[in-house]
Design a protein around this ligand. Structure first.
Ligand SMILES: Cc1cc2nc3c(=O)[nH]c(=O)nc-3n(C[C@H](O)[C@H](O)[C@H](O)COP(=O)(O)OP(=O)(O)OC[C@H]3O[C@@H](n4cnc5c(N)ncnc54)[C@H](O)[C@@H]3O)c2cc1C
Length: 591
């Protein structure tokens, strides 16, 4: 049964407002007893109610629809068995019984828990093994809610003993089908591990549990004059952010997760617990295990704690916006700002489609020109003023309209809200649509060409792909970019049940990704690979690099139990086609 994440405008609006109250929910949750009822799950899980919207449609699903887990051999003999048998059903039942006995009411077979965890709320990819396989969605067989690293370790040992897949889960805001369960498994939801373990204010670092959201962390840190700069989807958890190697609006100034994590505590696929480093700011001691796990999308282990690098809250913040008649002019302005070394915190680009959605959603009246840039500056009052002046000068030179800026908190929030609510505004723009959100990143010198060509596709492909004699199909689209890093997203508000809309969206995505790769860019700047970008990862990095990733995966997770089917497949497609399974346990000894 398919779990639909389609939402109405009202649900999207509710989702957005729920995000604002997430902080309160998670705090309450931290201090009160833990009851995995489906209603509380819906309230605090995903930071928006889109998952809840999905839940409503699937309440009637029975647990019996969850299939037995497949048999599993170590990858040295077979990497991807998919058969199921009575003995494997009983193994799954034994696994469930052991988890139930360990966790009590924190082990759930509730249909709404399975549904809200098995379908990515915001992702068009619903669990099939590649883009366009939404109908193949599968749910996890159970959801568990651990409270400590040791408990995660016990859960993993039980699953490993019974060869049952495990899908780590933070807040479910990822966008490429990351938390779906294409081959079933137990979903390990870390959201109840959401406290600060230790704040080292004088060292500018903090140790947090993996289920803590960045918003809640920042609310706590603000009392100490500190903040954590990585800001992906509202409500995203630190564990999930490590999983996707995410970034956000602040990355142009402060970097991504790769630069802002000091060490990790990770439970490996056999249940052992590793610490990847101490608290020192730099270290040349051995392999960089911390960064091995950042971006591994839950395929190598479960992060339970992280030490994060903090920043002091700036003395002064300003926010500014201006619009352009062409995407190219806006992109070239950004390129010059970066080349001149103006220290901006954020520079975000929204195209006319996005501004229409934002205006309609929030009752605003921004110009709906080809491109609008939103800037954030921070530092001392004097440096902020200098940076604002330099930016205004450069944008005017590239033909921008009036440059509006604000320094007081209320006016700043009003301007910035337009940017932060963009995805919800887009989802709400077309009633009942699903948003397919895709991202690429290119060297900044290619940004103008890449955005311009993508926009051209959005305008021209509907007619080009229309069979003779039929009316063209189309859907609202939006381009949004963290353009200071050369990173931009396209959101397509489409009806996937319409095959022509689906085909159009697939073509836009494919052409955009291949264009970015051809410009020495990447198939994903920050959303990660999940199931949606697997084939492009191979195109971007080549077979040898994927083989190396498989070798690492096999060494750490020989039974392919951790979030299988994500990032890359364990079988080499070409060898499977030739009737062989390529096994690599040792690159010098591969069969
Ligand atoms: C409105 C909106 C705006 C967004 N904006 C941005 C943006 O600006 N920048 C950006 O980069 N992304 C953005 N995203 C995407 C999303 O917020 C990020 O991908 C985020 O990092 C996901 O965190 P999560 O807790 O929701 O992870 P989940 O979706 O729960 O999981 C993501 C992946 O990490 C794995 N995982 C989760 N927890 C753990 C753990 N403890 N240990 C190991 N693996 C784990 C999962 O198995 C999965 O593969 C946006 C999403 C939305 C909905």
């Amino acid at each position: 049964m398919r779990c639909s994440a389609r939402v109405t405008r009202e649900q999207a609006r509710w989702a957005h407002s729920l995000t604002r109250s997430l902080h309160t929910h998670q705090r309450q949750h931290q201090y009160h007893s833990h009851h995995p009822s489906s209603s509380s799950r819906v309230a605090w899980s995903v930071a928006t109610g889109v998952a809840a919207a999905a839940t409503y449609t699937i309440m009637s699903q029975t647990v019996a629809s969850c299939e037995a887990e497949p048999a599993r051999q170590p990858s040295s003999s077979s990497s991807s068995s998919t058969s199921s048998s009575p003995s494997h059903s009983s193994s799954l039942a034994s696994c469930h019984a052991a988890l139930n006995s360990l966790l009590g009411d924190r082990f759930s077979l509730d249909a709404s828990d399975l549904a809200s965890h098995g379908a990515d709320a915001y992702s068009y990819h619903k669990g099939g093994s590649s883009a366009g396989e939404g109908e193949n969605a599968r749910m996890p067989s159970a959801v568990v809610f651990p409270l400590t690293t040791e408990e995660v370790s016990e859960i993993v040992k039980i699953c490993a003993k019974h060869r049952v897949n495990m899908i780590p889960y933070g807040s479910g805001t990822s966008l490429e089908g990351h938390t779906t369960a294409p081959s079933g498994g137990v979903c390990i939801d870390l959201s109840r591990m959401c406290s600060i373990k230790r704040l080292n204010a004088s060292d500018l670092d903090v140790v947090v549990e993996a289920g803590m959201s960045w918003n809640n962390l920042n609310a706590e840190l603000s009392e100490h004059g500190l903040f954590y700069p990585v800001d992906p989807g509202p409500g995203a958890s630190i564990g999930g952010m490590i999983g996707t190697s995410c970034s956000g609006t602040n990355a142009v100034r402060y970097g991504t997760m790769k630069q802002n994590v000091i060490n990790l505590t990770v439970v490996l696929p056999d249940g052992s617990i590793v610490h990847t480093g101490q608290r020192a700011r730099k270290s040349s001691a051995g392999y960089d295990l911390t960064r091995l796990f950042i971006g591994s999308e839950g395929t190598l282990g479960i992060v339970t704690e992280a030490t994060l690098r903090l920043q002091p809250l700036p003395e002064s913040i300003a926010v500014a916006t201006c619009s352009f008649d062409s995407l190219r002019s806006a992109s070239e302005a950004v390129q010059e700002i970066m080349q001149k070394g103006v220290r901006i915190n954020c520079v975000e680009l929204l195209d006319d489609g996005c501004m229409r959605a934002v205006n309609a959603y929030a009752g605003l009246n921004y110009p709906e020109k080809a491109a609008t840039l939103f800037f954030k500056f921070s530092g001392s009052k004097a440096t902020v003023n200098d940076e604002v002046d330099a930016t205004a000068t450069i944008t005017a030179k590239h033909g921008a309209g009036p440059f509006t800026f604000a320094t007081d908190a209320q006016a700043r929030d009003k301007i910035w809200e337009a940017r932060k609510g963009a995805l919800w505004a887009c989802i709400a723009y077309r009633d009942g649509a699903e948003a397919w959100t895709t991202d690429v990143c290119v060297p900044i010198s290619h940004l103008a060409d890449c955005i311009q060509a993508t926009k051209q596709d959005l305008l021209e492909l509907p007619a080009k792909l229309t069979p003779v004699g039929e009316p063209p199909v189309s859907f609202p689209t939006a381009v949004v970019g963290h353009v200071g890093d050369g990173n931009f997203h396209v959101m397509m508000m489409m009806d996937p049940s319409n095959p022509r809309e689906l085909h159009l969206a697939q073509q836009v995505n494919e052409r955009m990704v291949r264009r970015a790769i051809s410009m020495e860019g990447t198939c994903t700047g920050e959303h990660g690979v999940g199931v949606g970008k697997k084939k492009y990862l191979r195109e971007e990095l080549g077979t040898e690099a994927i083989q190396l990733m498989r070798t690492i995966k096999r060494a750490i997770d020989p039974y392919n139990l951790m979030n299988p089917g994500k990032v890359f497949d364990m079988d080499d497609e070409e060898n499977v086609q030739r009737g062989k399974t390529l096994i690599i346990t040792d690159r010098n000894n591969s069969k």
